[in-house]
Design a protein around this ligand. Structure first.
Ligand code: PEP
Ligand code: MN
Length: 335
């Protein structure tokens, strides 16, 4: 971090700033120019509040030269993080397909689709139980009952399960859920993130609708700062001016996050485009770009799905998708 001081800074204030920085375990170097007086801060500056320093009378501006996230940063953790869930690993050699319906609709429905996606090669079963819909009049999910049905389908097929949590008070219901999903709209629910940081369950963190890569990584940092380092990042499209698709799928996210961070990166083309016909090509592109996994909404009867019917693909399309992405993966990452 670099602190640029105003001309002729007050010596007393300067010394107290330097002293304060040193108490924060940061080494300070000074460079005195004709018109500029600059402090170079060396060490871990991730815990320093830039705005606080920038607001001081003697300070002109503050610039970070290092990313503010540390635990999620590949610079401090060069090796890929590999997260084991049941008998699959995310971030390692395998490409993991997370598949299932948008919402758990009944015990029979989730069990049936679990068997279908497993047969096609899915490694993890998804199903929303607490689902944040854009309209309060849309199906809101089966809640606790939905989670129980999902866990049961997971047990009977041997697939680990993932579902979205909306608020901290729901955490007790997730005892039998293997991965906790934080939805795009909750990416900045810092209290929720901190609480999940105290859990030992992997957390799949979706990128917010208007979040930058750094903001997504700072949200991952919130979870990791509390001790839970099992975070999976997920690109699910962002809001742009385009309205043909629900969101705009930002393919750059995948290689950028793989470069900036050691955490596994999953892509969710279903929510990114909101159109079943686009799911297979976007899934293919994600794997080509280096995604460690895909999250795909699959429904036995998409036309009658109780949530997001237009974006769920039928079992046959999922089987085609699985085959396509397996071939691409072999080219991108030969074994
Ligand atoms: C979901 O996965 O069902 C979901 C609601 O996703 P997102 O938070 O990305 O909209
Ligand atoms: Mn959904």
């Amino acid at each position: 971090m670099v602190v640029i001081l105003k001309n002729n800074p007050d010596e007393g204030q300067l010394q107290s700033l330097i002293h304060w920085l040193e108490t924060k375990n940061v080494q300070v170097t000074q460079s005195l120019g004709e018109s500029n007086h600059i402090l170079g801060l060396i060490g871990d500056t991730s815990h320093l509040d830039m705005d606080l320093i920038g607001a001081l009378d003697i300070v002109e501006s503050v610039r970070r030269i290092q990313e503010p996230y540390k635990k999620a940063n590949r610079k401090f953790h060069p090796d890929d993080t590999v997260i084991e869930v049941g008998n699959v690993t995310l971030g390692g050699d395998e490409l993991v397909l997370i598949a299932g319906p948008g919402a758990v609709e009944s015990e029979e429905q989730i069990l049936q689709i679990a068997e279908v996606v497993k047969a096609a090669g899915a490694g993890i079963l998804r199903g929303g139980a607490f689902i944040g819909r854009s309209s309060p009049y849309s199906f809101q999910g089966l809640g606790e009952e939905g989670l129980k049905a999902l866990a049961k389908a997971g047990k009977s097929t041997g697939l680990p399960v993932i579902s979205e949590i909306m608020q901290i008070s729901q955490l007790d219901f997730f005892a039998d859920i293997d991965i906790i999903q934080v939805g795009a709209r909750n990416m900045k629910n810092f209290d929720l993130l901190k609480e999940l940081g105290k859990s030992d369950k992997p957390v799949l963190l979706k990128r917010g609708l208007s979040a930058t890569y750094e903001e997504l990584l700072m949200s991952a940092e919130y979870v990791m700062s509390q001790g839970n380092e099992k975070v999976i990042l997920c690109e699910r499209g962002i809001r742009t001016f385009e309205d043909y698709t629900t969101n705009t799928f930002d393919i750059s996210t995948i290689p950028v996050l793989k470069k900036l961070s050691h955490l596994p990166v999953v892509a969710d083309p279903s929510h990114a485009c909101g159109r079943a016909a686009l799911v297979v090509p976007l899934a293919a592109a994600s794997v080509a770009a280096g995604a460690d996994g895909l999250m795909i909404e699959v429904h036995a009867d998409p036309a009658h799905a109780r949530s997001d019917a237009q974006q769920q693909i039928a079992p046959a399309a999922f089987a085609e998708l699985a085959e396509t992405v397996r071939t691409i993966r072999k080219t991108v990452k030969p074994e």
